[in-house]
Design a binder for this molecule. Structure first.
Ligand code: SF4
Ligand code: SF4
Length: 162
């Protein structure tokens, strides 16, 4: 039987969560808001160090979350079904972790109780978004590919803070 005192992400599947629970799962890392490039031959996705035009590189949050889909055509609205289908979500993403049957880590704000731990653990994009997409010519995007958004920072997979 499920412990009624367990946190909601242990008791419920992604599809069972309320809207508020779903939204609180986002750790605010901003990794998914980086411009991504897809290899047409292999369908592999590559992150760049360029932010979506609405991404705030300091807070790592969307500048107009309520209207994001009207303002940015390719902004992906995550749902339980979509999370399962998207292959490029960062390995640290809470939705991906739970979809894969894993747990949240110490730096997740729901676990730590502190929204800054996602920055302290270098999970977030803070300080690493070098440009906004509006300022970068398309022909130079390939030069901006980086691998850190698809990696775990040192110490981030420990059970407790380093
Ligand atoms: S990668 Fe996941 S946890 Fe991070 S901002 Fe995007 S949706 Fe939220
Ligand atoms: S519109 Fe907002 S939520 Fe969507 S990718 Fe851009 S910054 Fe992220």
């Amino acid at each position: 039987m499920t412990d009624p005192d367990a946190p909601f992400w242990h008791r419920k599947s992604l599809a069972e969560m309320t809207d508020a629970e779903w939204e609180s799962l986002c750790d605010g890392c901003g990794r998914c808001c980086l411009v991504k490039l897809e290899d047409e031959d292999t369908a592999a996705t590559y992150f760049t160090d360029i932010g979506c035009r609405l991404l705030d590189g300091q807070s790592c949050r969307c500048g107009d979350y309520a209207h994001r889909n009207e303002k940015v055509d390719d902004c992906v609205r995550l749902t339980a079904k979509v999370v399962h289908e998207i292959k490029w979500l960062p390995p640290t993403c809470a939705y991906r972790l739970l979809d894969e049957g894993k747990d949240l880590y110490w730096w997740h704000p729901l676990v730590s109780g502190d929204p800054d731990t996602v920055h302290q653990a270098r999970i977030s994009v803070r300080g690493r978004v070098k440009d906004s997409e509006d300022d970068v010519p398309d022909e130079t995007l390939e030069d901006r590919i980086v691998d850190w958004p698809a990696r775990w920072p040192k110490g981030s997979r420990r059970k407790t803070p380093p």
